[in-house]
Design a protein around this ligand. Sequence first.
Ligand code: FES
Length: 333
Amino acid sequence: MAEVSQAWLERVQRAQQLAAERLGVDVSSMLPPRDGSTGEAAEAAPPTEAAVPQPEPVAAVAEAAPEPKTQAEPEPTPEAEPVAVAEVTPAGEAPTEVAVAAVEAQAPTAVQSNGSAAAAERVAPVGRAAVLETFEEGREGINRREFLSYAWAGALTLLTLESGLATYQFMYPRFREGEFGGEFRLGAANLLPQVGIDPEGNATGKFWLVNTDKGPLALYMVCTHLGCLYKWEPSNNRFECPCHGSKFSREGYYIEGPAPRSLDHFLIKIVDGGSVVAETADAGESFSAPGVPGPDADIVVDTGKRLQGKPAALSPAKAVASRIELEFEDDVL
Ligand code: FES
């Protein structure tokens, strides 16, 4: 860059020399003293009209600069043409040192342009090397450190969202219709088994469907003692557990055995006209079956809502059984 600047300085000096010859003045009167003197000698002589730079030298500089070329002069770059001097200097004014400095300041731009052209000629990197070079040079307005920070922030945000979603699903599990834990649509009420016939087992929903004169009931298939699967015994018209002998009535009431309570229920909803019109209700010592308004009402069993059976001591079936046993013993005695 220093060589180019020196070349331009020489060219400007040459232009000043030509202008001085054309005007018939000494070029030294146009230059500041270089011997360290204060320039008093130049100031002693009154400035003549010829010594004062006139507007003509501007054109002279612009015209004379491109003409002479010597072997020793470096080839100027296209961006550093003498036209730049005329652009820097306002029309009608002589070139000043400020103008020369401006031209010198433009010279590195030409060098940089040549450097950019050379960089463009080299083979562009591809793949990971291209990405790294892009971030290292900051061409995309983001450096490598910022990219890693954003990547970490994105990963942490995604992890937080996934954890929140998993927690939500754990706290509020969602079951599809027709799978245990979800709803089972049994169809219209006229499809229910007749009152008084054997209960129907639903293995997928894990419930026994019992139809009574007050409405349908859904009994959880698991024994309330230790979790065995009890069975329906048609000969005795009751449920019996094969593990420890607990027995329950058709409606799920405790009769006898080690079970601590009556059978658990699932909530049954009666849907008519798109809305729930009745459902299984807690009646204190037992559960009341929902009434069916008509044969077209839909029966829905919600296996996600289990109603725990009432204590064995409250079972009306146990009281009936005890009374029958006492009456039998009295008759024998
Ligand atoms: Fe049913 Fe024990 S598990 S009686």
